[in-house]
Design a protein around this ligand. Sequence first.
Ligand code: NAD
Length: 476
Amino acid sequence: MKLIDRIYINGEFLLPHGAELMELVNPVTGKPASTLRLADEVDAQRAIAAAKAAYPAFSRSSREQRMAWLQRLHEVVAAAEDELVDVMAEEYGGPVDVCRGTARRAAAAFSAARAILADYQFERQAGIAKVQMVPLGVVGLITPWNANYSFICGKLAMALAAGSTAVVKPSELSAAQTELLTRLLHSAGLPPGVFNILTGRGDTVGAEFVRHPDIAKISFTGSTAVGKSIARGAADTMKRVTLELGGKSPTILLDDADFARAMPIAAAAATMNSGQACLAGTRLLVPEHRLAEAEALAVQAFMARKVGRPREPGVVIGPMVTQKQYERVQALIRRGVEEGARLLCGGEGKPEGLEDGFFVRPTVFSAVRNDMTIAREEIFGPVLSIISYRSEEEAIEIANDTSYGLHGYVFSGDVERARRVADQIIAGRVFINGLYDEPAAPFGGFRQSGLGREFGVWGFEAYLEPKALMGYAQKL
Ligand code: NAD
C-alpha cells in the first residue's frame, strides 16, 4: 500500500510534525489504497511562517517576472497531463474524460491568470488620488476532493499573479493527486515559500489557517456548512474570504424547447462529475402539459449515461468518492421515496456488476415538490428531481425558491425568451441551450452558494486591495 507522508514547505518535501495516519480507500474497488500521514497545526504554522517570509520579495516582483513564473507553472502541469489523469482516475475513480478535463483546466488556470496579469492596470487615478491595487499578503487556500488539481491551480494562479504568497490545504481524500501536483509545481522553480502545500484535516490545518493572524484571506471551495464556519472564524482577524459553496441548480425546460435535444444536455448537467459537482443542474423544471414526454426522455437520457470504472469505454459516471458519500446519497434517495416522490429509474442500491465500489444507480424522480428534501438539499450524486410548473412565472419562482444561487440552465426554442428567463434567475451563472466553459467569466454564487467570485478579472481582483495615495506630487 502506498504511503504518502510528505508536506511541502519552503520549497522542501518534509515529514510532517503531525503523526496521525489516515487510510484512503479506492472508490472503484472498495479496497484500501494508501495511507496518509496528516499534517497538523504545527505544520500549518510552519507553512504560514514560510509564506510570510517569502512575501516581501515576492510581492515586489515585477509583472514580467510573475508572468514568466505563471508560464512555467502552466508548462509543467500541461506537460504531465497523462500522469495527472492516471493518478486522478486511480484515486478518485472519475471517468478518464472527467479527469482529463480537470487536468487541462488546472494547466489553463495559469495561462488565464498570466493573460489577466499582462493587461491589468494596477494604478488608476481617482480625482487627486492615485489608487494602487496591492496584494493582500499571505493567503490560505482550502480545496475539496471533486476536482483537486483545478481547484488548487485555479486559486494558486490568481493569488500568485496578484503577488500574494500562499498556503494550500487540499482535501485529505486527494492525497495522491496532491502529491503529484506538488511535485510538478515544485519543478517550476519558484522561490521557496511562495507556495506551501500540506494535507491535513479541515478541523486542524484548515482551522489553523482560519485562525492565524498572519493570513490575510481565505479562499475556500467546499460545503456550505464548512463555508459558514470559515466566515464566522475569519471575522476575528477580519480576513477577506472567497467562498465557493454548494448548489441546487434549476434546469428550466420552457414549453417551446425541443425536449429531445435538450434532455441529453440536461442529463449531463445533472450528472456531471458523477453528480459530484457544485454546479450540477439537479432540479429539472418542466411544463405540466409536457410532463409525460419529459419523464420518458429523462429516463432515456439517464439510462444512456453509463456508470462504470474510469477506463471502461463510454463510461461517464464513476463512483461516489467514499462509502460515507455513497451512504449519504442512498439516504437521500430513500428520503425521496418516503416523502412521496415517484421513482422513474435508478433507486437505492448499486448497479449490477459494480457491487465492490461506491457506485450509485443514476436516479430520476418525478412528482417532486420543491419543498421536499431531495429538492432542497444538495445530494452530490447522479440524482435528478423533476418538478412540474404551470406558467413561465411559476417556473422562475420555483427556480429561485432555494437557499442556493450558484447556477441555472434554460432551454428554449426562442433565445430571446430564454434570455428573459435567464435574467430573472438568481444565480452566479446561467447557461442557455447548452453546457459551456469560459474561464474568463466570473464563477461563484448568490445567497448560500457563497461569497465573492473566482476566475476572470473578478477572481483576480479578489486577491487585491485598493490603496489610495494623495499628495504624492506635493513638495513641502
Ligand atoms: P468540505 O466542506 O467538507 O471540505 C472542503 C475542504 O474544507 C476540505 O479540504 C476540508 O478538509 C476542509 N475543511 C473541513 N472542515 C474545515 C474547517 N472546519 N475549517 C477549515 N477547513 C475545513 O467539502 P467536501 O466534502 O470536501 O466537498 C463537497 C462539498 O463541496 C459539496 O457540498 C459541494 O457542493 C462543495 N463544492 C462546491 C464547489 C463550488 O465551487 N461552489 C465546488 C466543489 C465542491
